[in-house]
Design a protein around this ligand. Structure first.
Ligand code: SAM
Length: 297
């Protein structure tokens, strides 16, 4: 394949190079801004999951001109990123309270007016796990923001949770996002949390410890129902079929249930079958323990 073949196939890939964007993703944010007017009046912006930095670039180019003085942009990623004019970088995990505190410190306690999040944690290949982790990433950052964008898949539960905090929640797919990809962006605007709501970033799955006692939460703070997925990827998959011998060095041996059911309903069916009563029209009706009359078929 020639060096230009990707350029031929993907116009945004080519344009990104021509216009000096670090990634073609820049066009997604620019198109979302065009549709939703996201950048208007913004002077404190956060870019979560920012590396390699094309969204930060877009923020830097669009928000900082003509006046650069009052605009603060913070970019966060697990990975290091090459510097950008007017962008402060934090190398950290967006799900950690300490990262949120660092962002807030940078804004001197003022809330951000725009939070964008192109959060795509390392893909596990397991659809449900990916989706859950992405949802958690989003919820971890959502409580402190006015509007943000998140990259996600089928996020129905997330929408209802977001509607608690934002009066406008829209799922958008910019033109530069390939049709063949299920990628979409959630645009949340007009941050209006329930009265008395105190932001917290507690995340039972990711933190592995609760820093909030959920039983102590009152009023609107009880609205958020924590969801905990139990077990990790080392556990057996309940939807998979495994071989009879998990340990190849041992022979399979049937082990009966520790406590078989006491008089199960299928006992009657077994009784009928054993005595060849299932097909006989003159089989006597049997009243079982629950008072149901069973007749032969
Ligand atoms: N928007 C970026 C751009 O335009 O250049 C591309 C973002 S890339 C698709 C996703 C990024 O999310 C990766 O760089 C990855 O390191 C980062 N990431 C994933 N999980 C993260 C986490 N928990 N905290 C911070 N960054 C994370």
């Amino acid at each position: 394949m020639g060096r230009s073949s990707k350029d031929k196939r993907d116009i945004y890939y080519r344009l990104a190079k021509e216009e000096g964007w670090r990634a073609r993703s820049a066009f997604k944010l620019l198109q979302l801004d065009h549709q939703f007017n996201l950048f208007s009046g913004v002077n404190r912006a956060v870019d979560l999951c920012a590396a390699p930095g094309s969204w930060s670039q877009a923020l830097s180019r669009k928000l900082r001109s003509p006046s650069t003085e009052e605009v603060k942009i913070v970019a966060v990623d697990l990975q290091a990123m090459a510097p950008l004019p007017g962008v402060t970088q934090i190398q950290g995990d967006i799900t950690k309270v300490s990262t949120a505190q660092e962002i807030i410190r940078h804004f001197e306690g003022q809330p951000a007016n725009l939070v964008v999040c192109d959060g795509a944690p390392d893909v596990t290949g397991l659809h449900d796990v990916d989706e859950y982790i992405q949802a958690q990433l989003l919820l971890a950052v959502s409580t402190e923001v006015l509007s943000f964008i998140f990259r996600g898949k089928d996020v129905t539960l997330l929408y209802s949770q977001l509607k608690i905090f934002f009066s406008s929640v829209t799922c958008a797919k910019p033109r530069s996002s390939r049709n063949s990809s299920i990628e979409a962006f959630v645009v949340c605007q007009n941050y209006s949390p329930p009265e008395g709501y105190i932001p917290n970033m507690s995340n039972p799955l990711l933190d592995q410890s609760y820093d909030v006692d959920f039983n102590q939460l009152e009023g609107p703070n009880r609205v958020i129902v924590p969801f905990l997925a139990c077990g990790d990827l080392s556990a057996f998959d309940s939807d998979r079929t495994y071989p009879l011998q998990l340990d190849a060095s041992k022979e399979y041996e049937y082990i009966p249930p520790t406590q078989p059911p006491i008089r199960p309903p299928y006992e009657q069916a077994c009784h009928f079958r054993k005595h060849n009563l299932l097909s006989r029209e003159d089989a006597p009706p049997v009243i079982n323990d629950l008072g149901f009359t069973c007749v032969s078929l």
